[in-house]
Each structure stands twice: as C-alpha cells, then as structure tokens.
Design a protein around this ligand. Structure first.
Ligand code: KG4
Ligand code: ZN
Length: 366
C-alpha cells in the first residue's frame, strides 16, 4: 500500500474447489466488483467435483475473470494495495492455478501477495457485510467443512467442534445423489423437502446428547439410503412424494443435530467470554438453507446471541471473502508478503487442534 493511499483496495482470487471467483473489495467494506464462474455444469454428470476438470477450468477462466473484475471495478492493478488468493485448504490443482496467478501479478506489479486460508475467508465474511466485533462464535457449514470455531481475532481461532466424517454440505450432496436429485444437492434437497412430511420416516440424529460439539452425518446418509431402498422395494420405484418425505426428514434430522451441537458449543464459548450478548455467525454454502437458518437463529436468540448470516452470494465460495480476509490481514501488517508460501491442501484454522478425520479431501477441508 502507498502510505498516502487512504482507501486500500485488495483483489481476491478463489480457486480451491469448483468456483473460479475474483473480487475487489476496499477498506470501507465496499465490494467494487465480484465475479463467480460456477463449474457446476462441468461436474454435474459425475455427481461431485472432479479435481482435474476443476483445475483445467480454473486455468481457462481465471485470466479473463481477473480482467473483467478490474474493468467492472473501474480500476487497474496499479491501484491495488495487495493481491490475495486462497492458498489452502482445498484441491491442490486449483489452488496452484490461483496462487501462481496471484503471485505473478504481485511480482510484476511489485505488490504484496497475501496467502489466505479459505476457512478464514468464510470466518471473516460477516465482518465484510457489517461491523461485527470479536469475539464471536462461528458455525461454518459447507461442502467440505463443518466446524464450530471460537473466533477471537484475525488469525486467532479455537476449534470447539468439527465433523468426524462427512461435512454438512457433503451430507446434502450425497443424499441428493442417492435420491436421484441433481448436484449440488443442498438446494435440490431443500426444494424437495418443502413439499414433504418431515415426520413420516424415523431418521437417526447422530451424536445427539453427547457432551462435546462434534458432528457426524454418515449414519444419517446410510439411513437415507436404506429408507429409499425400502420405498423402491415396496412400490417398484422412488416416487416424488416419497422422495420429498425423505428430504424433509433428512433436513429435520440435520437441523436437530446441528442445533444440539451448537447448544454445546455456546456453553463452551460462554466459559471463555462470559454471559454478555455475543454474535453467532453462520457461514458456508449450507447456511443458505432457510430451514436450517431459522432453526439456528432460534437457538441464538434463546442464548442471548445476535444472529448474523451473510447474504447467499457471500455464503457460498466467492472472491470477495478472500479479498476481505487478505485485506484484514494486510491492514494488521502492511509489511506482509507471503510470496514464499505454497499451496496447502490441508490447512486447519486452529493449528493446535488435532485432525478429526484422516487424510484426503475430507481431512483437508474438515
Ligand atoms: O461454501 P460452499 O460454496 O463450498 C465449499 O467450500 O464447500 O458450499 C457448497 C455446499 C454444497 O455441498 C451445497 O450442496 C451446499 O453448500 N448448499 C446447501 C444449500 N445451498 C448450497 N445445503 C443445504 N441447503 C442449501 N440451500
Ligand atoms: Zn468454502
């Protein structure tokens, strides 16, 4: 940043999964430009993200998207204070595309490069939307992660709980796939659930009543499969009303699990921060689910917490959250330059917390 520059602009690049996204934000919380190119159609026929296809699509779209974002924001690279890119966790091929591009722009323009943790991007998004002071409790639920984090400041997180198997969005996506609904599963399951009876099938609620605040969704997914198979066996096919009832039951079970775990996390968080009113922030793609949102909001209100959910377009993966996290880090340390940091498939926000799941994609993001 030029010392004289009174409004810091940061460009953010997100390529960790199946969205190529670029945005420019400023210190005053303005999103000057924000472009997301979803690859959903490229992966739909495989029922999930194919890493090689994702990386190839990032390569072919990113340069154009950066040019378009600069032009939408009516600015130039010269005007930027820093270039930020998601450096992990995520699919390494995609991360490399974003990080190499960001570093190249930074080197050529003599600007600092800021390596952003994707999870920190989600964690700080609420502060881009409104003035929320630390500390707050964060419930992060997306396709690859499901965590409860005590957020004390930029770079200061304590993981209170996380999934021990599937992430919340993964549970939605797998349920959708089992029921013949399109990818990504979350919106499709939510739409079907709106027509269904949540109490027809007795689906399990894993971890309910346990004293910790970890999540587990794989048993629920197995129950969905068994229930769908029983319907097919009885009637010869899975009919729309059965599918709707399963989706409604699944969504209700997800709501029960999440709010039960959240209630425990609130107790743990209260031990650290006391009884005063504190914010609860939800983030990640699953936070787009209206039913879950209202269940979670009710728990927040009952526990003297203010409820904050970024708008839908900022809940799912986007470049603005990366630009903003980069800006927050840069504002704290204007000498920052992460040019020697390489893409990291695994990169927990709370470095002290032991991994809950093994290696691989789930481990990386959860
Ligand atoms: O945060 P995100 O865009 O990407 C990751 O970092 O994973 O989250 C995507 C996930 C997908 O699993 C998708 O099915 C889920 O968020 N999702 C939803 C809804 N919209 C998106 N899950 C439940 N209900 C929704 N309405
Ligand atoms: Zn994400």
């Amino acid at each position: 940043m030029h010392p004289s520059q009174d409004n810091l602009l940061v460009l953010g690049i997100e390529t960790s999964c199946d969205e190529t996204a670029v945005a420019i934000v400023d210190q005053k919380r303005t999103i000057l430009a924000h472009n997301v190119l979803s690859q959903v159609d490229d992966h739909a026929e495989y029922g999930g993200v194919v890493p090689e296809i994702a990386a190839r699509q990032h390569i072919s779209s990113l340069d154009h998207l950066i040019r378009k974002t600069l032009s939408d924001a009516d600015t130039t690279i010269d005007e930027l204070g820093a270039i930020a890119a998601t450096t992990g966790p995520g699919l390494v091929g995609g991360l490399m595309v974003g990080v190499m591009t960001a570093k190249a722009i930074a080197a050529a323009s003599r600007k600092p490069f800021v390596a952003v943790n994707h999870l920190e991007g989600h964690a700080l998004t609420a502060r881009l939307v409104e003035e929320i002071a630390f500390p707050y409790l964060l419930l992060l639920m997306s396709g690859g992660h499901c965590q409860l984090l005590a957020t004390y400041g930029v770079g200061q997180y304590e993981r209170l709980g996380s999934t021990i198997d599937d992430a919340a969005g993964e549970a939605f996506d797998k349920t959708a796939k089992l029921l013949g609904l399109p990818y990504p599963g979350g919106p499709a399951v939510e739409r079907a659930a709106a027509e269904g009876n949540p109490d027809r099938f007795d689906l399990p609620t894993p971890m309910l009543g346990r004293p910790d605040c970890d999540f587990s969704f794989s048993g629920l997914k197995t129950a969905v499969r068994r229930t769908a198979e029983a319907c097919v066996e009885a009637k010869g096919a899975l009919y729309p009303d059965d599918r709707a009832d399963i989706c409604a039951g699944f969504q209700q079970a997800m709501g029960r699990c999440i709010t039960d775990r959240l209630a425990n996390a609130i107790q743990m968080f209260r031990e650290q921060v006391g009884t005063q009113e504190v914010p609860l922030v939800v983030a990640g793609g699953v936070a787009a689910n209206k039913y879950l949102r209202s269940e979670i909001e009710a728990v927040a209100t009952a526990n003297n917490m203010t409820f904050h959910a970024p708008p839908l377009s900022l809940c799912t993966d986007n470049g603005a959250m990366i630009a903003w996290a980069g800006l927050e880090r840069f504002a704290l340390d204007p000498t920052i330059n992460d040019k020697d940091i390489s893409p990291r498939p695994r990169w927990p926000l709370d470095q002290k917390a032991a991994p809950k799941v093994g290696s691989g994609r789930k481990g990386a993001k959860a």
